[in-house]
Structure formats: C-alpha cells, structure tokens
Design a protein around this ligand. Sequence first.
Ligand code: SAH
Length: 358
Amino acid sequence: MTELEREIRTMIAAEGPIPVSRYMALCLGHPRLGYYMTRDPIGMAGDFVTAPEISQMFGELVGLWAAQTWMDLGSPSPFALVELGPGRGTLMADALRAARVAPGFLDAAQVHLVETSPILREKQRATLAGVPDGRIAWHAGLEAVPDLPLIALANEFFDALPVRQLVRDRGAWRERLVGLDADDRLAFGLSPDADPSIPYDAPEGQVLEIAAAGIPVMRALAGRIVAAGGAALAIDYGHARTGFADTLQAVRRHAFADPLEDPGEADVTAHVDFAQLAAAAREAGALVHGPVTQGAFLEALGIEARARALAARASAKQAEEIGGALQRLAGEGEDDMGVLFKAMAVTHPGLTASPGFG
Ligand code: SAH
C-alpha cells in the first residue's frame, strides 16, 4: 500500500468517503506524496509521452501561433508569455526559438511558468537556461503572474486538474465518492445527498464530469485577457461537447491502470470538457475559437511543410522519424493524437480570428 493510500484511508476513517475531485487532487497534488510532486513522469522512461516530447515541430508551431497572436494584439511590450503546466520546458524552448520570426517578440516577452512540481521546475530551469535571468519566473498559480497583456499556453494541463463526477441516480445528481468496500479496499460510491445546482438532465446511471478546477482557471485566464489584452491556447485530449461518460483514467508506464490502485503512483486524469471551459471563457467576456482537432490545428499552421523542411536536411533514418512524428501528432489513426486531442483558443474580443482556427 502506498503512503498516500494510508493517508487517504485515515481521511476516510475520520470524515467518511471523499469526493472523486478530492481524491484526484490528492493523487496528483498532495504536497509531499502527490504524483507530480515526486517524479518527472514524462518520456519513454516515465509514464506517458506528450506532443512536445514527440517532436520539436509541435512547440515550433505553437510558437508561430504565439508570434502571430502577439502581432495581432499590436505587439504589446512588455507582455507575459505564460505557460501552465510546462512539463520539461520543451514546448516553451521550441516555441521561443520559432517565435524569433516576429521581430521584437523575444525582447517583449517575460516568461512566466505556472508549475507546482518542484522536480519539473528544475527540469524547466535546465531546459530554459538560455532565457536571461529576470526574464523568467515560476509561480504556483496564475494569480501570481504580473498584470500584463498575456499570451498563455496550456498543453495537457487541464486534463491534470481535478474533476467532480456526478451520477444520475433516482432522478437526481449525486456526487461520486471514494470510500472503502466490504473487503476494505478503496471503492467508488455515491453520496446520499442530491446536488440540485447541476444544470443538466440525463438518463438514469449516466456519469457527468464537471471541470471543478479547470473552470475557475479558465475564468481567471479569460478575465485577465479581457482586462489586459491577450490570448490563451489550450490543447488536450477531450471532447468538444459535454458528454455523459466516466473518463477518469490512470496511466502508468504507458498503459492504463486502475485509478484506485496505488494512489500517487499513477497519472490520474480526465478527458477535458472543452464546452465547459468555453462557457467559462465566454461568461468572462472573451471570444472562443474552436475547439478543432489537434490535427486540423497543426495542419492549418503548416506542420506538413515544416516536416518536409526538416526532412530535407535530415538523414534517411531521421526523415523516417519525422514522418512518424507527423503521423503521431496530426494523424487520424487509433494511436495518433490528431483527432482525440483538441485545440481551443480564447482571445480578447478584439481578436476576431486566431491562427490555426480557420
Ligand atoms: N505541458 C507539458 C506537461 C504536461 S503534464 C507537456 O506537454 O509535456 C502536466 C503538467 O502540469 C506538469 O508540468 C505538472 O506538474 C503540471 N501541473 C499539474 N497540476 C498543476 C497545477 N494544479 N498547477 C500547476 N501545474 C500543474
């Protein structure tokens, strides 16, 4: 039994079963035992691989999106180039290199990284060692980022934020809980109380996920964008419309695992409900572009031309890898990210278009 499971059992013994959202928050973010606090999970040697780690093309195209967005905003200087959940810092490094195409972008940019994991902060510091001191800062939350026009990036960030799960039961929504079963194992259960505040209807037994932590982050992001100018780009696996499905999943060493097994040792995530995030952004007065599939977004930004350019000066073996990365990032196969992943931009209402969104 993991140390975190012992702590969770103590909590359940003291307070009764805990909401799935609290369980997820503990698994990922417990200050000492949470998954992200204790390791760098990204890469072949870890638990999962993300788009920026598959190929430099991903971060470069996101950098082009940021550079064009900055020019569309009237080239504000200074501005905050924010990344939420920057992982190993790879996306930011590739984006900064590509954004040099916009003269003045690098001089105007103050890099602000929102990251809770001390281990990943160190990785980011090493990856981004080329950014001069005083031009890069780390924060535990968005509220600490200075009040400037901002361009924010979030790749596979929202999926790591806790969701509430509610189950339609006897005509009401009841919170899904984590407690102990008759054999003293962690098990899902249901709160006896109904939550009357949920504005959805659904057949008996359906599961509804609410982006409990993601919605306030998006609301704050959009509020700042409306007040100070700016745009945000969120890319993640998920769905464009609110569905009624249990998407809570655990991944460990590149395979699915039981989310209740060995808490703290697996990446526990949920598919991102882009409709809920879009609604939060619109309520704050921002414009929403997309979501579109990651494949459509990357193709609109020119991933095929970029792959050809890279392949033209690569060895045969490297060219094959570039082709493989193109397929993985933008392709439509079952193991590809092109369709499952979506991209969505949130902008100041003055930006009526956003690059990559048609
Ligand atoms: N964007 C990166 C990493 C994705 S993994 C990539 O594409 O490779 C999720 C990232 O979000 C990690 O850096 C993790 O430490 C961070 N993270 C998770 N929960 C967070 C939170 N509540 N606040 C800030 N960062 C968080």
